[in-house]
Design a protein around this ligand. Structure first.
Ligand code: UGA
Length: 433
């Protein structure tokens, strides 16, 4: 497994769980040391016990040595990150390129190189050409593409029991190698779609673009609801009963963030531009814009509830992670809103059940509290921005005792509005009267 971030570490552990011998490589020695000690360097429910179990079997190990992995692997999974470039919308392929440049010259025996990283279409073909030119084993190295669809927070479940497997191949040998690697998963009934390399790369970004579009669609409806006093939560519920539409990813609120959806739609647009099909994806500009407008709307609502000035007012922010059951704060809508309000002069206090360390590191200038109650104490306004179960279960009567004013905005449409209102709170939500 080349790269041991969310994708690589989870995949390494799950492949060992399926009975394979797995060696995970990372250039970050600290990460390798922690994983080797049975410690997952990020929050992912269920992963750590499985890591420890499989380390104990001797089937799973981690290393920083490319020589070791090149010698070890019958199949190498490329799992390194492809973040957004700092100077454009495009994907930063420097980790992919560095990894390929390190591994390919060391491939001296027959093996398969399977790309899992999310890449601009055309990257697989470029890597295949590089392999053909540079790998000492030449044609005995087969390049395949095997995109990954796991969600953070459900990574183990999604890896062991995915909705589908996609194998982008150019030969029977490549297909057979992937079928062998996923035999136990395929035997449990998971469908396999065999494609060419281009389609396999496209499936991944198309899936994330669709999910982002679905979320922005309902958030666009939320804007219309705000102008018409309609209720987006009821609207979404009514739409979801149409099986053609479906209710998943139709939750209106503060919108999407994280290390995948935002950067993937942007990289997809950048690649479409290069391919001369930018018009086909111009709607994604709107998807992105709708998403970012939700954050601005939340900041406006905070101003509205505090009588136009937030300066010196204490605002409790419930949530820092980009979604619940994660400590990932990459492009977190919650922290974006927190930081904008902080910049506007508010006294912002953030609490999150898992993402405090990451948030503190990235936003050292924000205030932090150790619990929901501590964050709410003395607050003139409470913003619910990441829908952790802990926040849904909070008692509005108890919090009502500690705040300076009973104002809450539910940025995720996840709290029981009646319960909060009954406890004396002014309850507002995005897209609801
Ligand atoms: C996403 C995809 O769901 C995975 O299939 C994909 O493998 C992954 O990206 C990736 O490319 O690696 P993830 O980023 O873990 O997974 O998070 P999601 O569960 O998709 O949530 C993304 C964001 O959308 C979150 O901020 C969430 O709060 C928001 N969201 C989700 C909504 O605002 N409304 C919804 O109805 C659903």
């Amino acid at each position: 497994m080349l790269g041991t971030g969310y994708l690589g570490a989870t995949h390494a552990v799950c492949m060992a769980e399926l009975g394979f011998d797995v060696l995970g490589l990372d250039v970050d020695a600290g990460k390798v040391a922690r994983l080797s000690d049975g410690e997952v360097p990020f929050f992912e429910p269920g992963l750590e016990p499985l890591l420890r179990k499989n380390l104990a079997t001797g089937r799973l190990a981690f290393t920083t040595s490319y020589d070791e992995v090149a010698d070890f692997g019958d199949i190498h999974f490329l799992c390194v990150g492809t973040p957004q470039r700092t100077d454009s919308l495009a994907a930063d392929l420097s980790y992919v390129d560095a990894c390929i440049e390190a591994i390919v010259p060391r491939l001296t025996r027959s093996c398969v190189l399977a790309g899992k990283s999310t890449v601009p279409i055309g990257t697989a073909e470029r890597i295949a050409a590089h392999v053909a030119q540079v790998a000492p084993a030449g044609n005995d190295v087969e390049l395949v593409w095997n995109p990954e669809f796991l969600r953070e927070g459900y990574a183990v479940e999604d890896t062991l029991r995915p909705d589908r497997l996609v194998f982008g191949v150019t030969s029977d040998r490549g297909e057979e190698a992937l079928r062998a690697a996923y035999r136990p998963v395929i035997d449990s009934g998971v469908p396999v779609v065999i494609t060419d390399l281009a389609t396999a790369q496209l499936v991944k970004v198309a899936a994330n673009a669709f999910l982002a579009t679905k979320i922005s669609f309902i958030n666009a409806m939320a804007e219309v609801c705000e102008a018409t006093h309609a209720d987006v939560k009821k609207l979404s519920e009514a739409l979801s009963h149409d099986a053609r539409i479906g209710g998943r990813f139709l939750h209106a609120g503060l919108g999407f963030g994280g290390g995948c959806l935002p950067k993937d739609i942007r990289a997809f647009m950048a690649r479409a531009d290069e391919l001369g099909v930018d018009q086909a994806l111009s709607f994604l500009t709107e998807v992105d814009a709708i998403n970012l407008r939700r954050r601005a709307r939340m900041v406006d609502l905070a101003h509205e509830l505090l009588g136009d000035s937030v300066v010196g007012r204490r605002i409790a922010i419930l949530g820092a992670a980009f979604k619940p059951n994660s400590d990932d704060i990459r492009d977190s809508p919650a922290l974006d809103v927190a930081s904008r309000l902080n910049n506007a002069g508010a006294d912002v206090v953030v609490y999150d059940p898992a993402a405090m360390d990451n948030a503190r590191q990235r936003y050292p200038n924000l205030g932090y509290a150790g619990s929901t109650t501590e964050a709410a104490t003395g607050a003139h306004l409470v913003l619910h921005l990441t829908e952790w179960a802990e926040f849904r279960e909070a008692d509005p009567a108890v919090l009502g005792e500690v705040v300076a004013a009973c104002n809450i905005v539910d940025g995720r449409n996840a709290l029981d509005a009646e319960r909060w209102r009954a406890a004396g709170w002014t309850y507002r939500a995005l897209g609801r009267p």
